[in-house]
Each structure stands twice: as structure tokens, then as C-alpha cells.
Design a protein around this ligand. Structure first.
Ligand code: FE
Length: 216
């Protein structure tokens, strides 16, 4: 991903009434734009030929201001795609099967997602990630991101107050319910799941299978 502000993948009012034009306008046009501008200002390489993901990974634990700006730039680009107009409701396709395998049911998944997002103290994010073939829900504080771990992100919700305060004030749980009920983009989660499964390193089981089929 380039170090530029990506356009919203839908109109600025397309998530109404669940997230207002005003929230998206400020969140994308001011908060996200500022993280991108700060990242560009802090790096020493040309932003046009530098991958944002590389900046996030190389600054983690090394350069806190650059990590905070670049991880927030990446997290927000991922966030916009995690929502869509007319989204929400039951998961479909491969992600639905993976949720049932990993959590037992979509209801249990929803309960755990609400807990992770609702219980995050202060600013942060909740994520659905793939790790070791299983789905997990994790929360990160401030600019924290699974990009610096072995976890592969599938979906995220921003629980910084700027993400919902204009529309929901202190009612973070109502915002999380609107996200799950009306906004979450299961197509995006399915695309990420397919991509990460295709890119995974071979396990010992399928390595030996490959070796034995190569020998015959
Ligand atoms: Fe945000």
C-alpha cells in the first residue's frame, strides 16, 4: 500500500444512518489524513516508492512516533474496507464456516467480538484475525496492529472515540451493534481469508504430502 490517503470505498454518506456523513468526513478527511501526512513527514525515503506495511513493521519498537502514525494510517485504510453500505448480519461463505469451526457459532463470535471491542479500555481496535489456521478475536491499544505479529487481519473495528462519538457519544456498545448488524463487510473478510490461506507456509503435514507426491 502506498503512503497516500486512499479514497473511501463508498460515498461519505453511504453508511448512514449507522455512521453519519459528519463522522466519516472528519474521521477520513481529518484523522486518517493526518496519520498519512505525519507518516510522509517522518520517513526519510520517498513516500511514493515506500510501502506503508514496511514502515509499520520496521518502526515497531524502534521509532514510536513513526509507528504510531504509520500503523494508524494502515489500520484506517483496513477499517474503511471492513465496512460497506448494506453490510452486517450473518457471515456467508468460507468465513462463516471458519467462524463456526473456531468459535462454535456465529452467536458466540458476535458475543466475543462485542466483548473485545466494548471492553478495550481507552483508544484501540478489535480485530478478527487468522492465526495458525484458526480465527481469533484480538484487541489492540492505540495504534497497535496485527500487522507486526503472526496474526493475519480479516476485519477490524475502530473503537477510538473519534470513530463514533459524534453519532453515539458514550454509547460504544450501540456503535458496535450497528457495526455488526449493518456495516461489517463479510466479502472483505472472505477475500482476506482466501488470500492468507493461499499465502500460508506449508505445514509439516502438507510438506510431507508434497515430498511424497514429488517422489512418485
Ligand atoms: Fe480512527
Amino acid at each position: 500500500m502506498n503512503i497516500t490517503l486512499p479514497p473511501l470505498p463508498y460515498a461519505v454518506d453511504a453508511l448512514e444512518p449507522h455512521l453519519s456523513r459528519r463522522t466519516l468526513s472528519v474521521h477520513h478527511g481529518n484523522h486518517h489524513a493526518a496519520y498519512v501526512a505525519k507518516t510522509r513527514a517522518l520517513i526519510s525515503t520517498p513516500p511514493e516508492s515506500t510501502a506503508l506495511e514496511d514502515v509499520v513493521r520496521s518502526s515497531a519498537g524502534q521509532n514510536e512516533p513513526l509507528f504510531n502514525a504509520s500503523a494508524q494510517a494502515w489500520n484506517h485504510a483496513f477499517l474503511w474496507q471492513s465496512m460497506r453500505p448494506g453490510g452486517g448480519g450473518e457471515a456467508r461463505g468460507a468465513i462463516a464456516e471458519a467462524i463456526e469451526e473456531s468459535f462454535g457459532s456465529q452467536r458466540v463470535f458476535s458475543q466475543q467480538f462485542v466483548s473485545a471491542a466494548g471492553d478495550q479500555f481507552g483508544s484501540g481496535w478489535a480485530w478478527l484475525v487468522l492465526e495458525n489456521e484458526k480465527l481469533q478475536i484480538v484487541a489492540t491499544s492505540n495504534a497497535g496492529t496485527p500487522l507486526t505479529t503472526a496474526q493475519r487481519p480479516l476485519l477490524t473495528i475502530d473503537v477510538w472515540e473519534h470513530a463514533y462519538y459524534l453519532d453515539y457519544q458514550h454509547r460504544r456498545l450501540d456503535y458496535i451493534a450497528a457495526f455488526l448488524g449493518h456495516l461489517v463487510n463479510w466479502d472483505f473478510a472472505n477475500q482476506n481469508l482466501e488470500r492468507h490461506r493461499a499465502a500460508r507456509p506449508p505445514t509439516s503435514a502438507n510438506r510431507s504430502l508434497a515430498a511424497s507426491s514429488a517422489a512418485t
